[in-house]
Design a protein around this ligand. Structure first.
Ligand SMILES: [Zn+2]
Length: 250
């Protein structure tokens, strides 16, 4: 594949990531995503376009507002870089195709959900519910003969998560159930890889937090970021991991 497609994917991902920062901040606060334009959280000064260039402006200004020198969180460039990277890996995995568009949209949604859940312990309905419906429609449009696979994966993943919520109340919540619905609609069979990876990452992080950071077992940790991480692994390597696993039994 031509290198310029990767460069374009990265630049497009940076621009989308810049918008995702706005969504992550404003959606849970019920603020408009369009207005007002970006402004400094410290002094309220509108941010000029040349101070709003993804990644570069933050680096040039060394993470401070040009006007009042208030710190701008390192998370802004990190979200941009993550989105840019996810868009490049999507291009590598799916080439120029309809699944590439699905992968870009899915990755963007997962990044938004991970950060909002981390900040507020909320998985927003306004993302996962339309995501599940549009994701299912897109999966079936791309792969019509296997329409039932995506329906079973979506409902199955949500049912599995619902059972866990019933068994361990206080652990996961209804948001995680709806997120599983979304994951299955897009990932199909690979949702198994996504859920398994999420539990693996979640347990490792839990052990780490208890052992190293001395958090108690009762500390509530949002599960959305792990589901998002597992989803990205499943999106990019789900088929390879599944077939490698199956080959163990041949
Ligand atoms: Zn300022």
């Amino acid at each position: 594949m031509q290198a310029y497609l990767y460069v374009l994917s990265f630049l497009f991902g940076l621009a989308v990531g810049s918008f995702l920062n706005v969504v992550i901040y404003r959606l849970p606060r019920q603020e408009s995503l369009a207005r007002p334009g970006s402004h400094c959280p410290g002094c309220g000064t509108p941010i000029h376009w040349y101070d709003n260039v993804p990644l570069l402006s933050w680096l040039v200004l060394r993470g401070r507002c040009r006007g009042c020198k208030a710190r701008i969180s390192w998370r802004y460039p990190v979200v941009e870089a993550m989105t840019g990277s996810a868009f490049v890996i999507s291009m590598w995995r799916f080439d120029l195709s309809w699944p590439l568009l699905v992968a870009w949209a899915f990755a963007a949604a997962m990044i938004v959900i991970a950060f909002i859940d981390y900040d507020h312990m909320i998985i927003p309905n306004r993302i996962v519910l339309p995501g599940a419906v549009i994701g299912l429609a897109a999966s079936i449009a791309i792969d019509p003969s296997r329409w039932w696979v995506y329906m079973v994966a979506s409902v199955g993943a949500a049912t599995f998560m619902f059972a866990l919520v019933m068994l361990w109340p206080g652990g996961m919540g209804p948001g995680d159930v709806k997120m599983a619905l979304f994951m299955g609609a897009v990932l199909g069979v690979s949702v198994i890889v996504g859920l398994f990876a999420a539990f693996l990452f979640g347990s490792l992080a839990g052990v780490f937090m208890m052992a190293v950071m001395k958090r108690s077992r009762k500390t509530k940790i949002p599960f959305g970021p792990y589901l998002a991480l597992g989803s990205m692994l499943a999106l990019f390597l789900g088929e390879q991991i599944t077939s490698a696993y199956m080959s163990l039994f041949e």
